[in-house]
Design a protein around this ligand. Sequence first.
Ligand SMILES: [Zn+2]
Length: 311
Amino acid sequence: MGQKGTEPLLFRHNSLSDAAAVRAFTAPSTDSFESVPPSVAHNALVEIADGVFTWLQPGGESGVSNAGAIIDDDGITVVDTLMVRAQWEPFALAVHALGLPVRRLILTHAHIDHVGGTRAFPNAAVYGSQQTSDLLDYEDMPIDAYKNFMSTFADGFDELAEIGCRKVTHLITGVAQLTQRIEVLPGSGHTNGDVMVMVDDADVLFAGDLCFFGVTPLAFQGDPTTWAATLEVISDFASIIVPGHGPIGDERHCFELAQYLRHCAAGIVPSGPWDSWIERERDAINIERAALLRDGRDEMPPSMLKALGFG
Ligand SMILES: [Zn+2]
């Protein structure tokens, strides 16, 4: 990791297997799920562990994601920034009300519901994967597609198109100790440039969209098979797992999600714990995506193109 494009990289452990090797010696016991907070308030900055805060949005459907904040000696690290002003403004106000400088912003991936509020933290260094960096550098915002896919937020997208997103300033290229408390872990599955945030001393993992709990995952740019394998590795990294969408969960939720994704890869989803999840229309997208990848075609599934207004 280093100043983008200039400094040498300090860490070059580039795969999750490296992360697994590291964690194998330090992963806390997950014998019970009792340590998972049973119910954490929505749309509020909630301290779930010493100096570790979540901002969970209810529902967790498209465009309704989670964020977090972690306090170190030198100030705050923010994890993801939500999407439109109605979401990110109250989150940013609550973070700033902690009264400490926001030093760092970690983007778990480049999807708009995680990076839309980056402007609310103008002085923070922005950390992300190469893929996140490339997307934020070079891609025009497909506002019409966003409006088709997430019509509830149409007005917010007009403003977002005007203010834009901040760029990544620091690349995450491997497992790295970012601060005394925070370790960043690259992975893939939901996209090809996912990043997770581990706070070991608090036994908390911010998994970004590698975890959807109570919400059907969306793999339109992912790989269900890789994603399931990633989940099976990370499931015991911490007893408290903050997903990108939905309520806080644990190892069991990771395994259920992995199981669902493996069914998508096999082409049919039988009855299971996912019967209670929202957004099950995503089954079709996930199954199509897995089939395309099996044919060597790294393409957007037709059902997703349709949902974006291109079909
Ligand atoms: Zn996402």
